[in-house]
Design a protein around this ligand. Structure first.
Ligand code: KG4
Ligand code: ZN
Length: 351
């Protein structure tokens, strides 16, 4: 079954054709980065307008790159949440309309399920595993037992991991997207130049029952607003005066703590659940320190998608779409877009 996947949740207009949820026949990603760069962040209105301009040529290129015509496509999938609603609506409406015009089955896909599926496009992965979903808008640690069967163990209580990279980079003018810029700078910096505090949301402030319940609730949750504030507003407080405050050193010290926050919660989940297989996804899964740290853990099986499948793409949407369509799931014509992951304690089929 050949599925066309459409992705337009943020600043990439993307489409791909994937066969049987595995074989990528084409993968077209038109990045809008140059149009948002001067604002050091994504401007939603520009994103929607660019998607509107590019969606038709991107989809048609994906079909022709696959060596196919629309008649050969067996189903169409589009992401409909979470993301910028104006941006999502472009790909979603385009996909729905194309499906209606061509009389093809249509299904919506949760963008985060797409990120989780990205690694499955590269190799066969057995369930269960722990998912580490880290993007510009979300940080999720979850137990995964099927392509749409996810139990959220922890998430962020404030900023997402990628958002922290983006905001620190924006403040210091390191470049956009922030994660890539910080990753590059950090390679030539010293992470010992500052020691930023780890979040304490999982530690009870006193021994009262309420505080204990609170800390148990946050056992796998992450927080990035404290780190962001420390790096942006309190750098002197945590800086080691033996080091120069270069962009490289700031980036390295920030990245070290940002990665440690994720890993501390992930390793706790490994210990508690006894699950030693980890699958990462989302833009931050491209981070070289995160990848290196997980690679060091020989007792764990850590699976990352290839770099080009970490960030937004249509192939991951087509991959999840295939499994829904195979099962007979279809989305109604009235299906709409949403900025939220939805439900949040439980991802999965929503429409
Ligand atoms: O998954 P994605 O392409 O879009 C969303 O769904 O948000 O992720 C984009 C995020 C941005 O915050 C970007 O700064 C971050 O992923 N990112 C990275 C790296 N590459 C992209 N963060 C850390 N290190 C990287 N190498
Ligand atoms: Zn994404």
């Amino acid at each position: 079954m050949k599925v066309l996947g459409i992705e337009s949740s943020c600043d990439e207009t993307a489409a791909a054709v994937v066969e049987d949820g595995k074989k990528i026949l084409s993968n077209v990603v038109a990045t809008q980065i140059p149009f948002h760069e001067e604002y050091r962040g994504v401007v939603p209105e520009i994103a929607s307008r660019k998607h509107t301009e590019w969606i038709l040529p991107v989809v048609m290129k994906a079909v022709s790159d696959a060596g196919l015509t629309l008649a050969d496509i067996d189903g169409i999938a589009a992401s409909n949440r979470p993301g910028l609603v104006g941006a999502l609506l472009v790909g979603l409406t385009f996909g729905k309309t194309l499906a209606a015009a061509e009389d093809k089955p249509f299904i919506v896909v949760n963008h985060m399920l797409g990120h989780l599926y990205a690694a499955h496009l590269d190799r066969d992965i057995e369930y269960p595993y722990l998912g580490l979903l880290v993007s510009g808008g979300h940080s999720i640690i979850c137990r995964v037992t099927g392509f749409d069967s996810i139990e959220i163990l922890g998430t962020t209580v404030d900023d997402a991991a990628g958002e922290a990279f983006d905001k620190v980079a924006k403040f210091y003018g390191f470049g956009y997207p922030g994660g890539v810029a910080i990753d590059k700078l950090a390679a030539n910096g010293n992470s010992a130049s500052a020691k930023f505090p780890m979040p304490k949301i999982d530690k009870s402030a006193d021994s009262s029952g309420k505080a204990h319940r609170e800390s148990a609730l946050h056992r796998y949750d992450v927080s990035y607003s404290g780190l962001k504030t420390a790096v942006i507003n309190q750098l002197d407080k945590f800086w080691n005066p033996e080091y120069e405050k270069t962009p490289e050193n700031i980036a390295a010290a920030f990245q070290e703590t940002a990665v440690n926050i994720l890993l501390s919660r992930l390793f706790r989940a490994v210990k508690d659940t006894g699950i030693s297989r980890i699958v990462a996804g989302g833009g931050v899964a491209a981070n070289s320190l995160l990848r290196a740290r997980l690679a060091e853990r020989k007792d764990l099986e850590c699976i990352f998608p290839p770099l080009k499948l970490c960030t937004d793409n249509g192939a991951m949407i087509a991959g999840v779409g295939y499994h829904y369509l195979l099962r007979g799931d279809r989305s109604p014509k009235t299906v709409s877009a949403s900025p939220r992951v939805e439900g949040f304690r439980r991802l999965g089929r929503q429409n």
